[in-house]
Design a protein around this ligand. Structure first.
Ligand code: IPM
Ligand code: MG
Length: 375
């Protein structure tokens, strides 16, 4: 009985290996997009509190970009259908029509999507990152009064995530998942982190792995990052293991020395929630998923099904998705508008605080306050 499973698993493994070699080859042959006269911003609501918070971000963008929209250089295009119900109905992490519509856009603002745990349904986020090859997950965290100004560069397409829904099971005995690290995939995220550091006057990059245990994958991630680092002699490079780095983020004197933090996918996922909590909660941080052709901006939190179940969806905090919208404006070169939105969000939080409870304001009230400030 086991023998049969083993043979199936070996055949499955061979297929995975070949598909990953092919992916690595594709990374070495990417096409650079041409600049277009019009930038299309696709807006995807997602699930749970997603449509509620995303709608207010869309309003803010419409107010902020009204001249560009009127002149035809920008378009805000809502895309329906990226819901858990539709995904389960077609048994695909992104329904085909949604993916086709997404690929017609340049940048995307996306609400959180629900990921069923277990089963084989892949996360819509992970699928989107793969389909659009959004390899850099950039997550800034700031606590100005403490001197904290971190930018995480999390590799976004490989590691434990690439084959996370394609593991092996020998029923009643064991399960096995795979972690994949490619040279091309590591080089491009390392390059993105060091280029960001150089362009933004950052003098320190911390490489974070668990290469003492994950010897092949993290060992290579670390080696390639150091290879790229050698091209940036003015930037100081330190290396930490992920466990101690999680502790370091809680040490006030040390943590303010970190600037750019470069790390593989899963560690980046975990530590950015910790970092966001230090900033004030996962509801406060935005996230960019950038590739060479597309970029997607989102809240770092999930769809909050418990909040919806308690009938509290209208009290969801749109701050994280709005901070993501700020990052999106910066990404498309609208730096002044980005600063304006950023400042307005902070101001709106003062006059119309959202607490996630009935004592605070609703998401819609917050959105109205904000749009009025931007209009
Ligand atoms: C994030 C989220 C996602 C991830 C989930 C929703 C798939 O936690 O963007 O950090 O694990 O990457
Ligand atoms: Mg996460």
């Amino acid at each position: 009985m086991n023998q049969e499973y083993v043979e199936k698993a070996v055949a499955h493994y061979k297929e995975l290996l070949l598909s990953q070699i092919e992916r690595a080859d594709r990374m070495n042959n990417v096409e650079r997009p041409e600049k277009k006269a019009k930038t299309v911003i696709g807006v995807l609501g997602g699930d749970g509190i997603g449509p509620i918070i995303t709608l207010q971000a869309q309003r803010a963008l419409e107010a902020l970009l009204k001249d560009e929209i009127a002149a035809g250089t920008m378009e805000i295009r809502p895309i329906e259908g990226l819901t858990i119900e539709n995904r389960l109905a077609v048994n695909k992490p992104i329904p085909d029509d949604v993916l086709a519509a997404v690929k017609e856009c340049d940048v995307l603002l996306k609400g959180p999507t629900t990921t069923p745990s277990g089963g084989t349904m892949e996360s819509a986020n992970v699928a989107m990152r793969r389909e659009l090859d959004l390899y850099a997950n950039i997550r800034p965290v700031q606590v100005p009064e403490e001197g904290i100004d971190w930018t995480f560069f999390r590799e976004n397409t490989e590691g434990e995530y690439t084959l996370g829904s394609k593991g092996i099971e020998i029923p009643g005995v064991l399960t096995m998942d795979f972690k994949v690290t490619t040279i091309a995939g590591t080089r491009r995220i390392a390059r993105a982190a060091f280029e960001f550091a150089k362009k933004n006057g950052k003098t320190h990059v911390a490489i974070v792995t668990k290469s003492n245990i994950m010897k092949k994958t993290d060992g290579m991630f670390s080696a390639i990052c150091h290879e790229v680092a050698a091209e940036y002699p003015d930037i100081q490079v330190d290396e930490y293991f992920i466990d101690i780095m999680c502790a370091n983020l809680l040490k006030p004197a040390l943590r303010k020395t970190f600037q750019v933090i470069l790390l593989p996918n899963l560690y980046g996922d975990i530590i950015t929630d910790e970092a966001a909590q230090i900033q004030g909660g996962v509801g406060t941080a935005g996230s960019a998923n950038a590739g060479d052709r597309y970029a997607m901006f989102e809240a770092i939190h999930g769809s909050a099904p418990r909040m919806i179940a308690r009938g509290m969806g209208n009290y969801a905090n749109p701050e994280s998705i709005l901070r993501a919208a700020v990052m999106m404006l910066r990404h498309i070169g609208l730096t002044e508008k980005a600063e304006k939105l950023d400042a307005a969000i902070t101001k709106a939080q003062e006059v119309c605080p959202i607490t996630g409870t009935v004592e605070g304001h609703t998401c819609q009230e917050f959105g109205e306050t904000l749009a009025a400030m931007l209009g």
